[in-house]
Design a protein around this ligand. Structure first.
Ligand SMILES: [Zn+2]
Length: 281
């Protein structure tokens, strides 16, 4: 397989395997697509665990040209504000939050976000739909409410240097309000991953959703500056990465986003948060 330059960055890939054969295949796919990926694992995603953070960090060190480690933060009945710095020292370049005991914007979690901001590293928050699981019976937590996009408002306005990604842009369930919240904050970004399905947005529809009020033509398409590439792929399902990338490209080319902005969306924006230099196409 021929390898090109690394020109893109996909911020949303799950680490569900550390089998060398799976990782080699994924790395091969990354190099072939010219795409670096942020890998997140960690424990306590409702009923299941992914690869522990330590292992994700170790795996990424074996493929430094394509894998970037994210560490999952444990937002439970308590949360440890020492966590972000600890993972950052070990090499994490960002954080992932999902399945919190309380709403993301609960008082007990605020010191954790403050610590992440001090590290200068982004946080990817799952937002919107989450399939019911066995753990729900045990814990009885209100998950859609806990992971509603509006919970990111308090975090974004309290920590204005923290880069926040609203993964899935709220899913269909919270779509209308998610766009409004997104456009309010300079430090809030979103990916368009739809849990493996890419039919959710058609170009005309997405354009209409993001159209600035009272303005007909906006050639800069500035309103799309806080979208970042995120596919929600898995180590064991690298084809989602390909579908995601193709979908983004088709969507934004059809909308007519300028080339430079397209490069930002496809990776330069997120790479800049982590001091990663992507090559020019
Ligand atoms: Zn995901």
């Amino acid at each position: 397989m021929e390898y090109g330059k690394m020109t893109r960055l996909d911020i949303h890939v799950h680490c569900n395997s550390t089998a060398p054969a799976d990782l080699d295949l994924l790395a091969d796919q990354c190099r072939h697509m010219g795409t670096m990926i942020c890998l997140s694992g960690g424990l306590r995603y409702g009923s299941h665990d992914y690869t522990p953070n330590e292992e994700v960090i170790a795996v990424c060190k074996r493929y430094p040209d394509c894998f970037i480690p994210f560490a999952k933060l444990d937002l439970w009945q308590t949360a440890d504000p020492g966590e972000p710095a600890r993972w950052a020292e070990m090499g994490a370049k960002g954080f992932k939050c999902i399945y919190p005991w309380y709403e993301y914007d609960h008082d007990v979690y605020m010191p954790v976000y403050e610590a992440a901001e001090k590290c200068g590293l982004p946080i990817l928050f799952h937002t919107g739909n989450y399939r019911p699981c066995e753990a729900d019976i045990l814990y009885r937590r209100p998950m859609l409410r806990n992971m509603h996009p509006i919970t990111l408002d308090r975090i974004a306005r309290s920590f204005q240097k923290l880069k926040i990604v609203m993964a899935h842009m709220g899913t269909m369930t919270f779509q209308p309000e998610s766009v409004g919240i997104l456009q309010l904050h300079r430090n809030l970004y979103a990916d368009l991953a739809g849990s493996g399905s890419w039919g959710r947005f058609q170009p005309a529809e997405l354009y209409q959703m993001f159209k600035p009020a009272g303005r007909e033509v906006n050639p800069t398409m500035e309103q799309f500056r806080n979208i970042v590439l995120g596919s929600d792929a898995y180590v064991k399902s690298p084809q989602i990465m390909v579908l995601g990338s193709e979908h983004y490209e088709r969507l934004f080319r059809r909308i007519g986003v300028p080339e430079e902005l397209l490069k930002d969306i496809m990776g330069r924006t997120a790479a800049s948060w982590m001091n990663i230099r992507l090559e020019d196409e």
